[in-house]
Ligand binder design. Structure first.
Ligand SMILES: [Zn+2]
Length: 314
């Protein structure tokens, strides 16, 4: 496979879908909802990636499905894999093992047919303790990036950051490690501002200035709801855009599915049709989106639809 920077300059790179929600549906990932109200910031907030060491076969199968559907990149399931988050879920002492195993499984499936990206997300410290915790975040993110580099990822996807300040920390860690990084923010409860009050255009500029090879958004909204914020970003930067939307409907009052009552146990009631991802793929190139994939709610059927849309072009 060509390096990610070359792929981005030669067409639309097709990413993969969302792992944790799909694997929760299959019974391998704990949403935490049986013990706590998920999303309050008080509990473990589960959705952690210990499947990589507990049920690697199930993870391997989902990677195979995405590859078969047309993904050019497989993300190692290292989302929420910092020691901070794993500690809260009772897996802190397995941090090295989980990150290493997740990359190994993704690499075995990818072979020479896809690149392997390390997924790095927010620590959740900023939501819980405020921006004063950024030094702690830096240590955790730097540690995870070192583990991912040692495990041999091709590049990083920094995703689902709510605060631009924490994304800046992550981009600096990526740059210190010498790894190229795609950077995508998540916007909630509305697409107009991130959690520390920056517009999508400001986020895009800052991420591009810190060296991100593509900037954009992931999760929380379906493609149609996300498009206006991506257009704002496109007008602000010249680097390629990356978009990995969720496959869930949101409302005019709340643009984030994780803030709707259906999260996490009734998501089937707000699932969007895979047709939305055909349309998303069809418009990707015209909208400047050079990295297009899916996030929560996107199984292989959605990625196949996306690939079909990209192939159909306009
Ligand atoms: Zn997601």
């Amino acid at each position: 496979m060509k390096p990610i920077t070359e792929l981005l300059s030669s067409g639309v790179v097709i990413g993969d879908g969302g792992y944790l929600i799909e694997l929760e549906r299959r019974g391998y990932v704990d949403s935490g909802s049986g013990r706590e109200k998920v999303g309050t910031g008080r509990g473990s907030g589960q959705f952690t990636p210990e499947i990589a060491i507990e049920n690697p076969e199930a993870l391997r199968e989902l990677h195979r499905e995405f590859l078969q559907a047309g993904s050019h990149v497989l993300q190692a399931l290292t989302f929420f894999g910092t020691r901070e988050k794993l500690n809260r879920a009772g897996y802190g002492s397995d941090t090295e093992k989980i990150n290493g195993a997740a990359v190994k499984v993704a690499r075995e499936v990818a072979g020479a047919r896809a690149l392997v990206a390390g997924s790095v997300s927010r620590t959740q410290l900023t939501e819980r303790e405020g921006l004063g915790s950024l030094d702690k975040s830096r240590d955790h993110i730097a540690e995870q990036i070192r583990l991912l580099k040692d495990a041999g990822v091709d590049f990083l996807i920094l995703e689902t950051f709510f605060h631009l300040a924490e994304m800046q920390v992550a981009l600096k860690c990526a740059s210190d490690a010498g790894l190229p990084a795609v950077a995508t923010m998540s916007f909630r409860p509305l697409i107009s501002k991130c959690s520390d009050d920056h517009t999508p255009a400001e986020c895009a500029r800052v991420m591009a200035d810190l060296g991100a090879i593509a900037v954009g958004a992931n999760c929380e909204q379906d493609p149609k709801r996300m498009l206006p914020l991506l257009r704002e970003m496109r007008s602000a930067v010249s680097v390629p855009l990356a978009a990995q939307p969720a496959a869930f409907h949101t409302t005019n009052e709340c643009h984030s599915f994780t803030r709707l009552p259906a999260f996490p146990d009734d998501l089937e009631t707000i699932q969007v049709s895979r047709q939305e991802f055909v349309d998303f793929g069809r418009t990707a190139l015209a909208e400047g989106i050079r990295y297009a994939g899916g996030c929560c709610g996107c199984n292989a059927a959605y990625i196949r639809s996306l690939a079909r849309g990209v192939a159909a072009k306009a």
